[in-house]
Design a protein around this ligand. Structure first.
Ligand SMILES: Cc1ncc(COP(=O)(O)O)c(C=O)c1O
Length: 374
């Protein structure tokens, strides 16, 4: 195998090596079928087993079973195509009844787009935006008020571009247990323990923590599913997709297969608590290197809103940033250029990024600073 780099890309992102090895090992003959997974019907028993195993494993990792005695009774997992952006539209199309309105917390570019899709599909409004503050922080509960009549409250749990993250689940009003909470969890799903029972619906495109691009996971509470809007074309309807176990039409078979392997790997490595410990450690190392740099590196996010998945920072001159990225490339550290709308540096340290990669980056941060200042 040729040398692998340290991949800090924001997505599609690093996958565990053990998963890549497994894909390679099973490539020509999946599950004794004599065919590659790429050549296998989505109606075959071999595929069906992996499809169901991935759905069950995801629910097990999330632990919503504690809501009732019957495991997996309360939530349905959907595998859909079209990326998270398609969900920006499908959420309001399915959840907003005529005349109903949804409330949105706008904490970055992706939630701006989610709000815009909500406005296009029905009635939606922003009840808090961090735009004027350069999206450096997420709101605290007292910063906004959810409308008592809102059909749902939408938030983005981790802001991939700006490097901010909700440290805990945002408050969702007090009426009857709260307004149904909907979250775009694309860039921090399964990176830490997650209280699914506080959410009505979450969605995540796979290409950060879950697998390759091509599939989006939707987890929806069953009672909400049963109340979704009727009259939508089947391919856009959560209810229709759920009724066919996400096999309404050909699903992204390969992507779902890899998601299944990533979930298996995550479970084998201790589940979400263990992932959280690994991710905290990686993030702490990086933020410590930024904080001890005496202003040489300046983090974008306010400390209380710092993301453990995307660490964003600037150097005080653009030419220094270019030089930093060049030096990183020379050391095999790639994917570090910040998003075009914020500039600077962004290190994405999803589940698939190993501690050793972060240690290499920290060494570069320290050495580059010492050299630039000497
Ligand atoms: C938080 C978040 N939401 C949505 C998206 C859009 O995802 P997709 O490209 O799968 O539509 C991204 C992509 O990076 C993201 O980070």
């Amino acid at each position: 195998m040729s040398a692998r780099v340290h991949n800090f890309g924001a997505g599609p992102a690093a996958l565990p090596l053990s998963v890549l090895d497994r894909i390679q090992a099973e490539h020509y003959d999946f599950a004794g079928s004599g065919r590659s997974i790429l050549e296998l019907s989505h109606r075959s028993p071999e595929y069906d087993r992996l499809h169901e195993a991935a759905r069950a494993r995801l629910l097990r990792l999330l632990g919503p079973a504690r809501l009732s005695d019957e495991p997996q009774a309360d939530y349905e997992v959907l595998f859909m195509a079209g990326g998270a952006r398609t969900q920006f539209s499908l959420v309001p199309m399915n959840l907003l009844q005529p005349g109903q309105r949804a409330d949105y917390l706008v904490t970055g570019r992706w939630s701006e787009l989610a709000l815009a899709a909500g406005e296009q599909a029905g009635l939606a409004r922003s009840i808090w935006t961090g735009k004027e503050g350069g999206y450096r922080a997420v709101p605290t509960p007292g910063d906004y008020r959810v409308g008592d009549d809102a059909a749902y409250l939408h938030y983005t749990s981790n802001n991939t571009i700006y490097g901010t993250q909700f440290p805990s689940i945002p408050a969702n009003g007090s009426v009857g247990g709260g307004i149904p909470l909907v979250a775009d969890v694309s860039s921090d799903f399964l990176s830490r323990p997650f209280d699914m029972s506080r959410h009505a619906l979450v969605y995540a495109s796979a290409q950060k923590n879950l697998g390759p691009a091509g599939v989006t996971v939707v987890v929806i509470r069953r009672d909400l599913l049963e109340r979704t809007r009727t009259g939508l074309a089947d391919v856009f309807s959560y209810r229709a997709v759920a009724a066919k176990r996400s096999l309404l039409n050909t699903p992204p078979v390969f992507a779902i297969y890899v998601v299944g392997l990533v979930l298996e790997d995550l479970e084998a490595r201790g589940g979400l608590e263990a992932a959280d410990r690994r991710n905290r450690k990686k993030a702490e190392l990086l933020y410590r290197a930024i904080d001890r740099s005496d202003g040489f590196y300046v983090g974008h996010a306010e400390v209380r809103s710092r993301s453990r998945m995307n660490v964003t920072f600037r150097l005080d001159r653009e030419d220094l940033e270019a030089h930093f990225l060049e030096e990183a490339g020379n050391r095999g550290l790639v994917g570090l250029k910040g998003h075009r709308s914020v500039g600077g540096i962004r290190a994405s340290i999803y589940n698939g990024v190993e501690l050793a990669s972060v240690e290499e980056l920290v060494a570069l941060l320290d050495e580059f600073r010492s050299e630039a200042r000497s």
